[in-house]
Design a binder for this molecule. Structure first.
Ligand code: ZN
Length: 249
């Protein structure tokens, strides 16, 4: 069974469609690591499209919670809060219900588990090996997929006890980087963000996971950033959120 791992789509329909076009025929099942909405201009369309894919598991993200009213957006910065409140106004009733029923992680599947932030806390950002180690210590299985930071890559705790940062080459033009998984190691694997990358590469990010071949593919795919930005401006979403899409920061 091959899995398509989607994360942090953030209401960006153009980026999601580009990912699905590239991923075609590379997977049998879909999982989603949360932040389906927030920031971007197409919350309803993105929820509809995601549901068409019939993911076997989807966890909620902090922006999903804020956009459906489970959380107030008080801890967000001003631009993120404005986008969350705008999203709440746009969402159709059934899509608000959809977001409200999304579970928190971790959700365990056959050979792996998924979270939005970390194994300790669904809203924790894992930027440093030290933080990742605290989660990996808790992992009872080898493979955990996480999102939230919008950085493609992740961390490995080797059998020797050594922590390793999984770095993905963001060289222009490189569409896919392969990670061979080692037996005995525990992994936190971040597919990167589809709708708002922050790791310096503006292309949409996703991953494919093949547990039988013990392999992860990290993908980047270009999309029509200008079309998304034009929709954001037309919707009156904060300009800073539109501009950052050009840079992937
Ligand atoms: Zn996010």
């Amino acid at each position: 069974m091959r899995y398509l791992i989607l994360s942090d789509i953030h209401s960006n329909l153009e980026a999601l469609e580009a990912v699905l076009g590239q991923a075609q025929a590379r997977y049998e099942q879909v999982v989603c690591l949360g932040d389906v909405v927030g920031y971007g201009p197409n919350p309803n369309e993105v929820i509809d499209r995601l549901q068409e894919l019939k993911p076997v598991a989807t966890v909620r993200g902090n922006h999903d919670k804020a956009s459906c009213g489970i959380d107030s957006a008080e801890e967000f910065n001003a631009a993120a809060r404005q986008a969350a409140l705008w999203t709440r106004e746009q969402l159709r009733a059934e899509n608000l219900s959809y977001l409200r029923q999304l579970p928190s992680g971790p959700i365990r599947l056959n050979t792996f588990q998924i979270v939005h932030g970390s194994l300790r806390d669904e809203d924790e950002y894992l930027f440093q090996p030290r933080e990742a180690y605290e989660s990996l210590k808790l992992a009872e299985i080898s493979f955990t997929f996480c999102g939230h930071t919008h950085f493609q890559g992740g961390f490995a705790l080797k059998e020797s006890g050594r922590m390793e940062i999984l770095r993905v080459s963001h060289a222009r033009g490189v569409a896919m980087a392969e990670l061979k998984l080692e037996a005995g190691a525990r992994y936190l694997i971040n597919p990167g963000s589809i709708g708002q990358p922050r790791d310096g590469d503006a292309r949409a990010a996703f991953a494919c996971f093949d547990p039988d071949r013990q392999q992860v593919e990290y993908w980047r795919v270009p999309y029509d950033v200008r079309a998304t930005q034009a929709k954001m401006r037309a919707a009156g979403l904060p300009e800073s959120l539109a501009v950052r899409l050009s840079f992937g920061r």
